[in-house]
Design a binder for this molecule. Structure first.
Ligand code: DGT
Ligand code: CA
Ligand code: CA
Ligand code: ZN
Length: 574
């Protein structure tokens, strides 16, 4: 996705939030939010568009287009600056609490003068919220839970945002003469779902030009430390970037060390000690003589410890060293193994792109099959009907005949109702090629009710995939409370795949759940849940999560050839 599109998406979202907080005009706030989404999902770099071109994007009218042009030209929009200064900073801080919307934040500020998270905690403690209209004990509990979530995510950012920035920085470094190697390390190389800071490594004989380049990046807002071994900067969005320049001869040892995780490094160092060796960021040395034994590549370092090279996504001290010593590391799923996407949307519901555009973008990715799964009617704002979905099916069938090399599947994303019921009767579901079923409402049910609800969906013969099984949104909404071990067992027994939703804000199931579900023999579907053509590449983050869950291509149904996938779908139905 283009940086300008992303920046403007964030800006317009912020403006929508400011409008909502000031309580002004709900319609206007909604209009800005829609425009933000449309620009974020627009396949063309908006920096190349004029006002007229911008207005051709759905949901972008004249006033929004003018603001965008102004922003792209000057970096500011007076109206947005004005509403920024009109809303107290404390109120905006309150809206960062997951589950606390702008309306409630404003009431807390107006009625109780609360303008920070600690003040809010104190007010809850003194039971001052209960007298406010629309607040009660349940709200208090929800807010406290939201505050805990906020603290937990801290200042970490989502994987995709860190990845895009890191790849750009690596690109810059590689252009500098003298750069022998460059890559990102740390949690990003391990594909963790959130990133604390970005660690960039360069192999070169001299460090100065690289360090200086980092301090001069367009993104750099503040230089935290500028040295010969390490330089740290902070970007305008508050993210820290650490750059280390290593001598080419110790590249492998440095990369191994700075990739982590810390827990994995502790294990590898212990192993070194047992062999009478010493492992550091500079190399693997003989503890007595001090002779260097390996340092240039990671492979050499691991080999000298009696290990195969361990993929970064496994380096979390979850048994990878023991498995490596037994030569039993899994052959991990890669993005190249993925043959299709089984959960995607079009503008028939809340997607931004037409069926034709989504299919063309999918075909360009080289997929062998592709499922269109628009929302079913129980998500009432999507206004789906039987007629509409059948008309889409006819379009899909017609298109399928013209697209070469890629098979189109017509599916739907069903809503798992509060009692586990689905949108349409079984005989109607039977005519879809594939149904994904997901929870989209009633998130607060009891554990018992939620478990029974999901289990009932698993038992339905036409449900092939459970979509985003926990429904969490990272840093925004916790997952639902259910007995997922029971769900995993049911999925394995009924032949229902569990989704690894690759949207960077979801990554649902998460790595640890994947690892646990795999032990039950569950199969998985790694899907983009794309609502725009530019979302299809999110798949890589789902693959990262699958790797962190130790999955091989045998575990993932959309890494299978069509005939095997078809057998899987049929087996459940019969
Ligand atoms: P993050 O930034 O919080 O998302 O997580 P990491 O894993 O990127 O952690 P970071 O940036 O503090 O350090 C990068 C890597 O450097 C880390 O994964 C392992 C290594 N490292 C850093 N500090 C230590 C340490 O005190 N001991 C050991 N063994 N390794 C460390
Ligand atoms: Ca890091
Ligand atoms: Ca770091
Ligand atoms: Zn969904």
């Amino acid at each position: 996705m283009s940086r300008a599109n992303e920046e403007v998406e964030a800006l317009l979202r912020e403006y929508a939030e400011l409008i909502a907080i000031s309580g002004a005009d709900a319609f206007k706030a909604r209009a800005y939010e829609k425009a933000a989404r449309a620009i974020g999902g627009h396949p063309v770099d908006i920096a190349r568009l004029d006002a007229k071109g911008l207005r051709e994007i759905p949901n972008v009218g004249k006033s929004i287009a003018d603001k965008v042009v102004e922003y792209l030209r000057t970096g500011h929009v007076p109206d947005i600056d004005a509403s920024r200064s009109a809303v107290p900073a404390g109120v905006r801080e309150l809206t960062r609490i997951p589950g606390l919307g702008p309306r409630k934040a404003l009431v807390l500020h107006r009625e109780l003068g609360i303008s920070s998270v600690p003040e809010l905690e104190a007010a809850i403690d003194q039971e001052r919220l209960r007298d406010l209209k629309g607040f009660g004990e349940r709200t208090e509990q929800a807010i406290l839970h939201g505050i805990a979530l906020l603290r937990q995510s801290g200042d970490r950012i989502l994987l995709d945002a860190a990845m895009e920035l890191a790849e750009e920085i690596v690109g810059e470094m590689e252009r500098i003469p003298g750069c022998v190697r460059c890559t990102y390390a740390g949690s990003l190389r391990r594909m963790r779902e959130t990133i604390g800071d970005i660690d960039i490594l360069v192999a070169a004989d001299g460090s100065a030009p690289f360090m200086t380049a980092l301090t001069r990046l367009a993104h750099t807002a503040e230089v935290i430390a500028h040295g010969a071994k390490k330089t740290s900067v902070r970007t305008a969005s508050g993210l820290q970037v650490d750059l280390r320049v290593l001598p080419p001869a110790s590249w492998g040892a440095g990369l191994q060390y700075f990739t982590g995780s810390k827990a994995h490094n502790i294990r590898t160092r212990e192993l070194a000690v047992r062999h009478g060796l010493k492992l550091s960021e500079y190399g693997l040395f003989d503890a007595e003589s001090g002779d260097s034994l390996a340092s240039e590549t990671e492979e050499e370092v691991y080999a000298r410890l009696g290990l195969p090279w361990i993929p970064p996504t496994l380096r979390e001290d979850r048994g990878e060293i023991a498995a490596g010593l037994r030569d039993e590391l899994p052959e991990l799923l890669t993005e190249r193994d993925i043959r299709g996407d089984l959960h995607t949307h079009t503008d028939l519901t809340d997607g931004l792109a037409s069926l034709e555009d989504m299919v063309a973008a999918a075909a360009a990715r080289g997929y062998a099959y592709y499922a269109v799964t628009d929302h079913a009617p129980d998500l009432s704002m999507q206004r789906m009907t039987k007629e509409k979905i059948l008309a889409q099916r006819a379009q899909v069938r017609a298109l399928d005949r013209t697209v070469r090399g890629m098979r189109l599947l017509h599916g739907t994303e069903l809503n798992i109702g509060p009692d586990g019921g689905l949108d349409w009767p079984d005989d109607f579901l039977a005519d879809f090629d594939l149904c994904v079923a997901s929870v989209h409402s009633h998130f607060g049910q009891s554990r018992q009710a939620m478990t029974a609800r999901i289990l009932r969906a698993c038992e339905n013969p036409y449900v092939a995939v459970i979509g985003h099984p926990t429904t969490r949104r990272i840093g925004k909404r916790p997952g639902v409370d259910a007995d997922f071990d029971a769900v995993f067992e049911a999925c394995a027994r009924t032949g229902t795949a569990l989704e690894i939703n690759a949207h960077p804000e979801r990554l649902d199931l998460c790595d640890e759940d994947v690892l646990r579900a795999k032990r039950y023999g569950v199969k998985f579907a790694v899907d983009s849940d794309a609502h725009a053509t530019v979302h299809l590449p999110y798949l890589r983050y789902g693959v990262g999560t699958a790797q962190r869950g130790w999955l091989t291509k045998d575990d993932v149904v959309n890494a299978w050839p069509w005939t095997r996938l078809q057998r899987f779908l049929q087996a459940k139905r019969t």
